[in-house]
Ligand binder design. Structure first.
Ligand SMILES: Cc1ncc(COP(=O)(O)O)c(C=O)c1O
Length: 403
């Protein structure tokens, strides 16, 4: 088979949608009007598809910090942190994360994706076992593939399935790493971390929790689901990204294990890539302080979540059961989902669309996400658009039972 056939097959998948003015996965944002409003194809559009959970992308302190750092340090670091790319602000940001989490050590990475690659790749080798939730993010799957470790999947959010898989492993070596997410990014459901911690403890496994979507949004201090469920001190490695609540790009791992520091030399996805740019590191540091010092942002976020969920249910949409910043609208059939998504966009509302291969056939989802920066009026307007487009295209009856 020709190498390019694979690419041609992908192009062919898009043919049924070729007539649409905007294609799923190919939407261009021309301008940013505010934390929750953009211009797409010349139209002001409400943004309900961003991970800007605390609305910090345009926060004055965050933007000013980026500007100051670019003026002081220049546009980029032009090197890895193990070479010339280790600025005082990288070290300071690590210190701030460690203090925020009350953990002894923190290490930052150029992306959240690389945080997972670095941690899993640095920890696990040929004689080790990695156990991952079946619904894990692509970065977790990819991270396991670069290792020669044995990889075992367990049923999504099932501590019982994890327990069975761990109990079947021979020996008692502490060579097992369990990887879960705090809040799952497509269906917006939360891991039962207290149960998972117990199972890991009972079976001598280390636990890593990826809090990409829950950092800043869960817990009294905004540290994620581990804090929210009271198990932060029992999680070995907490991973976070900067690309959601912290409005930047990068990743972090915090831990009480001092060995974490050696990832600085060991982790290929850390050593062989340039470090975060000065403006980005400084803006993330400013965002961290805003997230830490303003718990009212989380209160506003949760009030917005309730308004959106109540409104969608009232107008007849089927949504995922768990209350979270991610509101999955269960739309089922692919053609109808894409039509609904497109009409929402034309009417001035952007949400994300999940279709195969991102989900099983007939389990398509429109993924709306909430921000603390959404105003009640913007949510009201979004609901009006959902109502009018839904009655035009069909709200996509709940073909699939919520999982
Ligand atoms: C659970 C999870 N982990 C890691 C990542 C990767 O983060 P980043 O986009 O910051 O590289 C994502 C991104 O969406 C994610 O959802």
């Amino acid at each position: 088979m020709d190498l390019l056939d694979k690419l041609r097959a992908v192009e062919q998948r898009g043919i049924p949608f070729a007539g649409l003015s905007s294609l799923p996965g190919r939407t261009t944002i021309d301008r940013v009007l505010g934390p929750c409003e953009v211009v797409i194809q010349g139209r002001p559009t409400l943004m309900f598809g961003s991970n800007n959970y605390l609305g910090l992308t345009v926060h004055p302190q965050v933007v000013a910090a980026a500007q100051r750092a670019a003026a002081e340090y220049g546009a980029g670091t032009t090197g890895s942190r193990t070479a010339n790319g280790n600025l005082a602000i990288h070290e300071a940001l690590e210190q701030e994360f460690a203090e925020w989490f009350g953990k002894r050590h923190a290490i930052i990475f150029s992306t959240g994706y690389q945080a997972n690659l670095s941690l899993i790749g640095g920890l696990c080798g040929p004689n080790d076992v990695i156990l991952i939730d079946a619904d894990s993010h692509a970065s977790i799957y990819d991270a396991t593939r670069q290792t020669a470790a044995q990889v075992i999947g367990f049923r999504h959010n099932s501590a019982e399935s994890l327990r069975k898989k761990l109990e079947r492993l021979p020996g008692t070596d502490r060579n097992r790493l369990v990887v879960v997410e705090g809040l799952y990014s497509i269906r917006g459901d939360v891991a039962p971390l207290a149960d998972i911690v117990e199972v890991c403890r009972a079976n001598g496994a280390y636990l890593m929790v990826d809090e990409a979507h829950s950092l800043g949004t869960y817990g009294a201090k905004g540290l994620g689901c581990s804090e929210d469920q009271g198990v932060l001190d029992r999680v070995d490695f907490v991973v976070g990204t900067f690309s959601k609540s912290l409005a930047g790009i990068g990743g972090v791992c915090v831990s009480d294990h001092p060995e974490l520091r050696t990832l600085h030399y060991l982790a290929r996805a850390y050593v062989f890539t340039a470090s975060g740019s000065p403006s980005n590191i400084a803006s993330v540091s400013a965002a961290l302080r805003v997230a830490r010092d303003h718990p009212e942002l989380r209160e506003r976020l949760w009030s917005n979540i309730r308004q959106l969920r109540r409104g969608l249910t009232d107008i007849g949409y089927a949504i995922g059961a768990g209350e979270s910043p991610i509101v999955p609208i269960l739309t089922g059939d692919e053609a109808r989902t894409v039509a609904l998504w497109h009409e929402l966009l034309i009417a001035g509302l952007y949400v994300n669309v999940i279709v195969p291969p991102g989900c099983p056939k007939d389990e398509c989802v429109l993924r709306a996400s909430c921000s603390a920066a959404h105003t009640p009026a913007q949510i009201g307007r979004a609901l009006e658009i959902f109502a009018s487009v839904g009655s035009l295209v069909g709200k996509a009856a709940p073909l699939v039972a919520d999982r």
